[in-house]
Design a protein around this ligand. Structure first.
Ligand code: ZN
Length: 265
């Protein structure tokens, strides 16, 4: 069985900073292994090898000033194969203006990360930014749940996600790591079954396959996306594990490809 694949969660860096970025990110925790060197060419090679049609690249602006370089690089690498997300710092006074720029540039949306960007997901100071993203129909890929590199204090969990979506029901929020990394019981309680986008990265390795399968089967099928978090996971291994879950074929093709294709078109 051959199925088309879109990877909704990957990372890559400009060649000039890739080595430095990868060394820095791997030194923050000993719990992650890099399967690629962080360059775009390596990601594309991995995609070719594994029949992956497109990858969404998630960059993170850890300071307001990083908006511009990430935005410029994102525009320069956007292609049929590569869907780069811009990033806005939550407390950037120009955040709402940046949303307009991103929309005009034709980029799909932005990535945010409550730990690396130091905010609580439902902090009301972010409301104007969420409102602008919602109004412009941009995707907001949000790191959700705990993170390897930070203390496990809840800044991005299911309850906070529900609070944001209660205020911004049309926000195209993509929750990473199947709704919240390492908060999956709460995801099942509060989010599963609701129209909330979730991608699968970092779930197969940490959540038992039984609970993973149960969650995927209980969620609205058009709200599930396949993501790997490459280079922090191996695209080949992720695809093969996913295919072995024994999900119905039509659900598999929605998660691996069709849902992503629809959101990105
Ligand atoms: Zn990631």
């Amino acid at each position: 069985m051959d199925m088309r694949v879109i990877d909704f969660h990957t990372h890559a860096f400009p060649d000039a900073v890739a080595d430095r970025a990868m060394t820095h990110l791997t030194s923050e925790t000993d719990q992650v292994t890099a399967f690629l060197d962080g360059r775009l060419s390596s990601l594309l090679a991995s995609m070719d090898e594994n029949g992956i049609e497109k990858s969404v690249i998630c960059s993170i602006a850890t300071k307001p000033g990083q908006f511009e370089p990430i935005f410029e690089w994102s525009k320069s690498i956007a292609s049929d194969r590569i869907v780069p997300l811009a990033s806005i710092h939550p407390f950037d006074p120009a955040g709402v203006e940046h949303v307009r720029k991103i929309t005009d540039a034709g980029l799909a949306g932005i990535k945010m990360h409550p730990y690396y960007q130091d905010f609580d997901l439902d902090d009301e100071r972010l409301d104007p930014l969420y409102a602008a993203l919602q109004e412009n129909g941009l995707l907001l890929t949000m790191h959700t749940g705990f993170d390897f590199a930070f203390e496990w204090i809840d800044r991005a969990g299911p309850r906070r996600i529900a609070n944001v979506l209660a205020k911004f029901p049309d926000l195209k929020l993509i929750t990473t790591h199947l709704g919240s990394w390492q908060q999956w019981d709460e995801v099942e309680e509060l989010l599963i079954g609701k129209p909330i986008y979730m991608e699968t990265s970092m779930s197969m390795q940490y959540l038992g396959l039984d609970q993973l399968k149960r969650m995927l089967l209980a969620h609205p099928s058009e709200y599930l996306l396949f993501g790997t978090d490459s280079p922090w996971a191996d695209q080949k291994e992720q695809i093969s594990t996913f295919r072995q879950l024994g999900l119905p074929e039509d659900l598999m093709s929605k998660i691996l490809y069709k849902n992503a294709k629809k959101i990105l078109s």
